[in-house]
Design a protein. Structure first.
Length: 138
């Protein structure tokens, strides 16, 4: 009789990523939670859980997961960026600005740092494919 083995944290995490990309947030969250139980030292699993919870609008749990990710890896630009988004969602502009500044301070040359600068400057993307006449109307 073949012995069953438990899935590793990395397997749950990968499955969670697959579910997340397909839009199945509840299933993604479930898999990321399993991954963090199997490997609680893996900051990326906590980050993924936080991002999925944030996408679902479960802000308190998302903040706890993102904070845990940052405790494990204080140099995570992605962790700070998503934490800033969470603060924006809550309407805490000062905390959001601080987290965006941390993203830039960690490495100002990255794509995330550029996105953080754009958020700090109040940049919002314009809708693609909008007719020029609609862009100029106020």
């Amino acid at each position: 009789m073949a012995r069953k083995r438990r899935a590793r944290g990395s397997e749950h995490n990968q499955l969670g990523v697959t579910f997340y990309r397909s839009g199945a947030l509840d299933l993604a969250i479930e898999q990321f939670e399993l991954a963090t139980r199997r490997a609680p030292w893996a900051s990326s699993y906590w980050l993924n859980l936080g991002v999925a919870l944030l996408s679902k609008g479960i802000l308190d749990e998302a903040e706890a997961a993102l904070s845990r990710a940052l405790e494990l890896d204080g140099e995570s630009q992605s962790g700070y960026f998503h934490l800033a988004q969470l603060y924006e969602e809550r309407g805490d502009e000062a905390a959001a600005r601080g987290a965006f500044k941390k993203v830039i301070d960690l490495d100002p040359r990255t794509h995330l740092a550029q996105r953080a600068r754009e958020r700090l400057e109040g940049w919002r993307p314009r809708l693609l494919g909008m007719p020029k006449s609609a862009e100029t109307k106020g």
